[in-house]
Design a protein around this ligand. Structure first.
Ligand code: NAI
Ligand SMILES: O=C(O)C1=N[C@H](C(=O)O)C[C@H](O)C1
Length: 247
């Protein structure tokens, strides 16, 4: 496949490695220094685009891919306020997009088991629950997209929580969490690729359910596999459409 990489930063470079190893050709690489290369004509040279750019640029990059008629895999986080608009453009305009807050297989297994665990915990109201995420200090968005997906999974299954709230540790902001709110604590620590933990705490014990990425390799390989999966499809997809975790 011919691939356009939109966002040639930490993730874009690793995606290039995996894509090349798997026999694909990179026909376009865009970062903040050469955005003038991000044109419809250049995008049309690709079979698929992969966007790992910034929360502020993701939406316009997606729309340009649609205008060029190129399917796009989106790993960028922090733009999900525009999901419904993008979904509408897919449906109405026969455009193609797959997005995921996290492309690693391990996190997608985690997402599934997290919902099962939350459903079980309805029976045990003595447990308070919270989500913790730790990422490197260059991360622009908080909470992480992965933490939002985890929180939404809990909210969909656990009756005693109605909404999530986010505390960025170290921001100095005064914080009070109401009983029906699910706290997502965000920590920023040098060089951490991504650690997510769901913690159920009672007076007598804690249950901790954790995913720890050792590097960015799992995210990058997952994005290339998603591009391969998307090649012959049309429409709006989430990475969950690629997996079957039924037991
Ligand atoms: N879904 C997933 O599995 C994962 C998602 N991410 C997300 O991917 C995004 C990128 O992460 P990193 O590579 O770590 O960040 P990074 O900061 O290393 O790379 C972002 C790149 O985007 C470029 N850029 C800025 N404006 C642009 C524009 N208008 N068009 C194209 N490129 C532009 C920057 O020059 C930079 O090279 C973040 O939103 C992050 O949260 C990161 C890892 C995994
Ligand atoms: O910015 C990152 O690095 C990551 N972002 C994604 C997120 O926001 O969840 C995925 C991964 O945790 C790394």
């Amino acid at each position: 496949m011919r691939i356009a990489i939109l966002g040639y930063g930490k993730m874009g470079r690793i995606i290039e490695q995996f894509a090349t190893e798997r026999g694909h050709e990179i026909v376009l690489k865009v970062n903040v220094d050469n955005t003038e290369d991000l044109t419809i004509a250049n995008l049309k040279k690709a079979d698929v685009a992969i966007d790992f750019s910034t929360p502020d640029s993701a939406l316009s990059n997606i729309e340009l891919c649609f205008d060029a008629g190129v399917p796009v895999v989106v790993g960028t986080t922090g733009w999900y306020g525009h999901l419904q608009t993008v979904k509408n453009r897919c449906v109405e305009g026969n455009n193609t997009l797959l997005y995921a807050s996290n492309f690693s297989i391990g996190v997608n297994v985690f997402f599934f088991v997290n919902k099962v665990l939350a459903k079980i915990m309805n029976r045990y109201p003595q447990y308070e629950v919270q989500v913790e995420e730790i990422h490197h200090t260059q991360k622009l968005d908080s909470p992480s997209g992965t933490a939002m997906t985890i929180a939404e999974g809990i909210l969909s299954e656990l009756d005693r929580k109605d909404e999530w709230v986010n505390e960025l540790i170290g921001s100095g902001e005064e914080f009070v969490v109401k009983p029906d709110q699910l706290l997502i604590e965000s920590h920023r620590i040098e060089d951490v690729p991504g650690t997510h933990t769901v913690i159920y705490s009672s007076e007598v014990d804690d249950i901790e359910f954790k995913h720890k990425a050792h590097s960015r390799a799992g995210f990058a390989l997952g994005a290339v596999l998603a591009a391969e999966w998307l090649e012959d499809k049309t429409g709006f997809y989430n990475i969950t459409d690629m997996f079957d975790f039924s037991v």
